[in-house]
Write a protein that binds this ligand. Structure first.
Ligand code: NAD
Length: 305
């Protein structure tokens, strides 16, 4: 580890995203929208040029060279897929110094593993964000590693707070947070309304979909929070993550103009945590239940009119 003086001011810092995919782009866009980091202070890397236009459109730098990106940056977000991460750590370890705050967003890769693969005393953190960071309604938790300083946690807290709700957590909880908030937008985006052609009166349909929708949403928040509690999260954190996830997913639908299923597909990696959760939802008839709920409220509104 060299004698580099660690910067304290976020606006002076350079950020690198090693892995320029969906999560990296959501975070980079969120940071720029929040104005906490300048675009020319962000570099993203990927082996192919697939993400290059998107990143260049928002003014970031793009490179294929992971080591160069690390060498030129202060905070390094490790945003490759978990199975790619070991190889990336081996590749960049020789250039990681005291200057670097290494922040992994990878699901399921423990701090101990990250610390072992990087030089001794590296400043390492884990963060579990979600894609609504792009509309600054994300829900994130961060977990400091063994050699992280108080200022590092403060910096990450400020950065993540600019992307929505954020809270410090401990590593024992991070898988539950992944299941609730990290993958959560896909469940929420999945939960769209449907109205049958049979019930054409827009007032009744609006009652079924919009009016009662709040009750469905409250129930969904409560059920997601129960899931978080079941998997070990404190109730208060679990409710906040669930509510923020619903808010963030809704804002993504309204602001991006993308179809909800496109947004759902965006967060379902092949073999990843989210598609497993979606399978559970489909097995339980999640969409059918919501369609039935809208229809039931609509019919009842007509019946009592
Ligand atoms: P993604 O497939 O969209 O992005 C991964 C990126 O890494 C791609 O741009 C790919 O080209 C790049 N890449 C592959 N090999 C590389 C290498 N050797 N060096 C540099 N870049 C390389 O995946 P994603 O959804 O953005 O997920 C990235 C990480 O974020 C994962 O570890 C995941 O667990 C975590 N995460 C994702 C979400 C989500 O909703 N997408 C939520 C929380 C955490």
């Amino acid at each position: 580890m060299g004698d580099y003086t660690v910067k304290k001011d976020i606006s002076e810092m350079s950020l690198a995203f090693v892995g320029a995919g969906k999560m990296a782009q959501a975070m980079a866009k969120g940071f720029l929208a929040a104005g906490v980091v300048k675009a020319d202070h962000i570099t993203a890397t990927a082996p192919s040029c697939r993400s290059q236009p998107t990143l260049e459109d928002i003014g970031c730098q793009f490179t294929h060279n992971n080591k160069e990106a690390v060498e030129n940056s202060d905070i390094i977000f490790l945003s490759v897929k978990p199975h790619i991460l070991p190889g990336v750590l081996q590749e960049i370890a020789p250039v990681v110094t005291k200057r670097h705050l290494m922040v992994s967003v990878a699901a399921g890769v423990p701090l101990q593993f990250l610390e072992e693969k990087l030089p001794p005393k590296s400043r390492v953190m884990r963060v579990m964000p979600n894609t609504p960071c792009v509309v600054r309604q994300g829900a994130s938790v961060y977990v400091p590693g063994s050699h992280v300083e108080k200022e590092d946690s403060e910096i990450i807290k400020s950065l993540l707070s600019s992307l929505g709700y954020c809270s410090e957590s401990n590593e024992g909880m991070i898988s539950a947070v992944t299941g609730l908030a990290g993958s959560g937008p896909a469940y929420m985006i999945q939960k769209r309304g449907f109205c049958s052609d049979t019930y054409k009166d827009p007032v009744y349909v609006a009652i079924g979909l919009g009016g009662m929708g709040q009750a469905y949403a409250f129930t969904a928040i409560d059920a997601l929070a129960d899931g978080g509690v079941k998997m070990g999260l404190p109730r208060e954190l679990s409710i906040k993550l669930a509510a923020q996830t619903l808010l963030g997913a809704s804002k993504m639908v309204l602001e991006t103009g993308k179809h909800p299923m496109q947004l759902k597909d965006d967060v379902c990696s092949p073999g990843g945590t989210t598609i497993y959760a979606i399978h559970k939802l489909e097995s339980g008839g999640f969409r059918n239940l919501l369609i039935d709920a809208v229809e039931g409220a609509c019919l009842r509104a007509e019946a009592i009119a």
